[in-house]
Design a protein. Structure first.
Lengths: 149, 149
DNA sequence: GTTAGTGTTACTATCCTGGTTACAGATCCG
DNA sequence: CGGATCTGTAACCAGGATAGTAACACTAAC
């Protein structure tokens, strides 16, 4: 029915990493800002690093960092990193009925257009856009504020 | 994660009703074409009639019919009839963190744009479009073929 | 009054999500 | 070296949504 909150959490995570200014941010600190468990954050970070959006440093002083510049990460990249499967679920109709036989193909075309429209809208926004909007709401001037989480 | 198959089934149902040529189509006949249970179809028909897209006749010889011309029903109408709730699930961050405090508002704006783009794509297609595409795949000429299910 | 069909409820199995705990392995530091 | 920190990942659970199924009251036609 809905796109899981993983997407929203993933964007939240990436914004925190951007504000980390290149220093590793531990999952516990991220979890405090998101309001969840560190393991949940690590699970999402795992998907993000597999997608090449973040990388991690192990051990003391370790944590996650952005692997790319914020302006080169679109919300579509984030969406694809954490959301799998099709947006619309189709069904296979009865082959003996003309409608049942063809409805799936016709619907594939229609929902494909809808999915592409949504993805294009996500692709228009970058992580940098989101960060600056957050900064604007904070009343900050376009400068990152490291280490406050 | 995904939009339930109710949407696809609902479109399938409406195509069958359009091909019914105004005659009531019983849920059992629809269920056979979709490949499911008549009660599932009636459950979806209930949502469609609440949305003003179909109406039903009770008793012997009864069934469901379109309540509007097929060209005046968009796929967005169908989507809204059977799908409720938000497409994207957001989360509330920790109020004590600047990012946690503002991320929800920023994301609302971004995912709202994505949702609107998807809905506009759905609004561009009417039930009549879907029906003619099905007919085209059947190798039929723009004439409805009643009574074959 | 019998038959056919809807509208609706209840129950179930299944899947996904998110929360939680746990633990092995990597890394840093004294 | 040895302890502390932190990731990556697995296992498990609870909750909600979905879809399948059966059941039943009510309506309408014949």
């Amino acid at each position: 029915m809905a796109i899981s909150s993983r997407f929203a959490v993933a964007v939240h995570v990436l914004v925190l990493l951007e504000r980390g200014g290149g220093e590793p941010v531990p999952s516990e600190r991220i979890a405090a800002s998101v309001g969840t468990n560190p393991a949940v954050i690590r699970r999402i970070l795992c998907m993000l690093s597999r997608a090449g959006l973040t990388r991690s440093r192990l051990g003391t002083g370790g944590g996650a960092m952005l692997a790319r510049a914020a302006r080169e990460v679109t919300l579509l990249d984030v969406y694809r990193a954490v959301e799998d499967g099709e947006l619309f679920v189709l069904h296979a109709g009865d082959e003996r009925c003309p409608v049942g036989r063809h409805i799936e193909g016709v619907l594939e075309e229609a929902v494909g257009a809808a999915r592409r429209a949504m993805e294009e809208a996500l692709a228009k926004r970058t992580l940098a856009d989101v960060c600056s909007r957050v900064r604007a709401r904070c009343g900050e001037r376009g400068v990152a504020v490291p280490g406050e989480v």
